[in-house]
Design a protein around this ligand. Structure first.
Ligand SMILES: [Zn+2]
Length: 87
């Protein structure tokens, strides 16, 4: 395998202070407010290297989507709270 930047981040070798680890097998890289009109993004990735989600074991894929769903719910809640605070 060629060097994979996501594996380096997931292992904690690079930018370990920039990630959150909601589980042992999944990590999240938040990238908030990259541009003035964007509220940002978050990458949800497995710690183990996979070329694509359909190559991942089903239980790992389920865990990635569960973390993504939880994050999405939190982002929507925060967005709604922020809108109420700002209006
Ligand atoms: Zn990788």
């Amino acid at each position: 395998m060629d060097e994979c930047v996501f594996c380096a981040i997931g292992s904690g070798a690079v930018d370990s202070d920039l990630v959150t680890r909601p589980s042992q097998r999944v990590f999240v890289v938040p990238a908030l407010r990259q541009r003035a009109r964007s509220r940002g993004r978050a990458l949800v990735l497995p710690v183990a290297h996979v070329r694509s989600l359909h190559d991942a074991e089903p239980d790992l894929r389920d865990e990635v989507f569960a973390v993504t769903a939880t994050l999405t719910a939190h982002f929507l809640l925060c967005s709604a709270q922020s809108a109420r605070t700002c209006s």
